[in-house]
Design a protein around this ligand. Structure first.
Ligand code: M6R
Length: 608
């Protein structure tokens, strides 16, 4: 759960590595460092804290050299500190390594290397790697890295440089992402595409246990047996600006505003009034669908919250029973998986370790795995049987926003596709939903106009210690996401509760002044939900409601209301989540929090 970069070329590596790292800070930001070959020596500069600390250090103590590696860290083994920062080296500082992942058998390896006379200085798992490479080094860096990795268990994407082979960078991955950027007479490695996009759009996606050997003359790809591998160059079509703030104060605010476009892009070519629902190249026949006896939606965090909506949607539209589960729970609970199971994994990054493990285990047991992901070329996209991309564009802020709404759109598309196939809805019913879906981008724009009201609300409530999000049905599902957003960026404790569940304990937490956000868009449940609202109002809660325009009575029972454009109630979460995201955003800003890089978090959780 870190970002790694590497550069081989004729330009100064230092600034290029730092620039690449600045695009990967979302992956971790508690320390950063670079190692560069300067005058035939490996020179390392690294320090605790944000990348800016490293930049200041490099300004004072520059390193020249045109081959190097860099790292931005999210600490797992060993607290954030200068010594635990990457790159790590062997004691003689002849070999240097950056690593994203976890070496699970590092204690054993460390003990073994210690018995061979090696010494260690950090608490990290990574430090065994340069020492292992050193142990196996007999004049051939590639061979030494191959031998070292054959002893390593766990996940890794590593970049390695060596004083004795000063014109070479060797990299390899297993269960952690790694791409190779192909520039003109210069080459890059990186954990993610934005790190190289200012310099090249042509990349290779490395597969597990594929090695890349980079010199100024070119790139050689090898499999674990040392045989050459041919690979297709992937041309990135999205713009580098997509990964910039574009005038917004933070990526999160920019990404919230990009939602209308993201919704539209995700529907394009799949939903249209003049054709049937299309799900790209995925081909599921009626017979195959009839053969599926259970559907699991499995994911983590926000993607899991989108899965909760997915369950309601697919069950309602296609009448197929769906279970939704958290990937880290699902993978260890021995779920019932057979050839008749369809597993839908949802992951913005396509690299989340637990989600990926569910995918792999599911495939092993014969299930068909369909992935909903935002990242082309991600592990999930490459390994699933079928992929439905969410076209949200790069999501940089740690708090997921536009990915969530596009995941919802993907759920509607799947629900309608299954319904069409099974005949559970008439053409008129399907057309009605499709027609309404096509209005969502404009309606989302309308919702964004409430931001000033929400900012004012946040300025009055940001000192709260606890907040509650209430809803029933799909309004409860969206409340789970509102609550997660608030917690992760503002550090205010919050919980989402199903309105009907309140009386079973939670209502004891409501006291005079408690802030409650009640979402009330589900017509069939609105009377019951309003009764729940009254129950908390009676006990002194200050309630803000999110309701459809036209439901004017809602304001009589609460302190304030955000009215959102009316839509089909199944589609309501796409619009009702936007005020919840903005509440979290403005509360966090009022508190002075770094919304793009909340404490203790990283964007993709590529380790368990
Ligand atoms: O990349 P993924 O969608 O698999 O990530 C899953 C979660 O880690 C992610 O949604 C996380 O909960 C976000 N920080 C939420 O805003």
């Amino acid at each position: 759960m870190c970002g790694i970069v590497g550069f081989v070329g004729n330009r100064g590596a230092s600034s290029l590595l730092v620039e690449g790292l600045s695009k990967l800070e979302y992956r971790g930001y508690d320390s950063a460092g670079v190692a560069i070959i300067e005058d035939g020596e490996v020179k390392v500069k690294k320090c605790k804290g944000r990348l800016v600390n490293l930049e200041e250090r490099l300004n004072k103590e520059p390193i020249s050299g045109t081959i190097g590696i860099g790292h931005t860290r999210w600490a797992t083994h060993g607290e954030p500190s200068d010594v635990n920062s990457h790159p790590h080296t062997n004691s003689e500082v002849t070999i240097s390594v950056v690593h994203n992942g976890i070496i699970e058998n590092y204690l054993k390896l460390r003990e073994w290397l210690t018995s061979k006379g090696y010494t260690f200085h950090s608490e990290t798992d990574t430090e065994v790697i340069p020492n292992l490479v050193d142990y196996y080094y007999e004049g051939d860096l590639v061979e030494a890295v191959m031998k070292a990795t054959s002893k390593m268990e766990g996940s890794y994407a590593i970049g390695v440089i060596c004083k004795n082979e000063p014109n070479k960078l060797v990299a390899v991955r297993k269960d952690s992402p790694l791409i190779v950027g192909l520039g003109k007479d210069e080459f890059f490695i990186a954990s993610d595409i934005p790190a190289v996009l200012n310099h090249t759009r042509d990349v290779y996606f490395l597969e597990d246990k594929e090695f890349v050997v980079i010199t100024r003359d070119g790139v050689t790809l090898l499999n674990e047996d040392g045989e050459k591998v041919d690979k297709e160059v992937f041309h990135v079509t999205w713009n580098a600006d997509a990964a910039e703030k574009g005038g917004y104060e933070d990526f999160m605010l920019k990404e919230i505003h990009e939602q209308p476009k993201a919704i539209k892009d995700t529907m394009t070519s799949r939903i249209g009034m003049d054709h049937s629902i299309s799900i790209d190249k995925i081909n599921i026949s009626r017979e195959q669908l009839d053969n599926i006896d259970r559907v699991y939606i499995v994911a983590c965090g926000t993607a899991y919250n989108a899965g909760i909506v997915g369950k309601y949607v697919i069950e309602k539209l296609a009448k197929i029973p769906v279970e939704v589960d958290i990937a880290s729970e699902f993978r260890y609970r021995d779920p019932l998986i057979t050839e008749k199971t369809l597993i839908i994994v949802v992951s913005q990054s396509g690299e989340t370790a637990d989600t990926l493990a569910v995918l792999r285990d599911g495939k092993k047991k014969g299930a068909r795995v369909l992935a909903i992901t935002n990242v082309v070329g991600s592990s999930v996209s490459r390994e699933a049987n079928d992929v439905l991309y969410t076209w949200a564009g790069p999501e940089i802020a740690v708090a997921s926003t536009k990915a969530y709404v596009t995941q919802l759109i993907a759920m509607y598309i799947l629900g309608l596709y299954f319904a069409e196939l099974k005949g559970t809805l008439t053409k008129e019913q399907i057309d009605e939903i499709k027609k309404e879906m096509l209005t969502l981008p404009n309606k989302a724009e309308e919702v964004l106009k409430h931001k000033e009201t929400l900012q004012k609300f946040a300025s009055k409530t940001y000192m709260e210690r606890d907040m509650f999000f209430l809803g029933r049905g799909l309004d409860f599902a969206v409340s789970t996401e509102g609550s997660l957003k608030l917690k992760e960026i503002s550090y205010i404790h919050s919980e989402a509760y199903a309105g009907g569940e309140l009386k079973h304990g939670t209502i004891a937490l409501i006291e005079p002044g408690t802030v409650v956000i009640a979402t009330v868009t589900q017509e069939s449940l609105s009377d019951k939900m309003m009764s729940n609202v009254k129950e908390v109002v009676t006990r002194g809660a200050k309630v803000m409601a999110i309701a459809f325009e036209g439901d004017e009575d809602v304001h009589k029972s609460v302190d304030s209301v955000i009215y959102i454009p009316r839509t089909h109630e199944l589609l309501a979460p796409v619009l009702s989540v936007i005020p919840l995201q903005l509440i979290a955003y403005y509360m966090a800003k009022q508190k002075g929090c770094d919304v793009d890089k909340p404490r203790n978090l990283a964007k993709s959780v590529t380790v368990e």
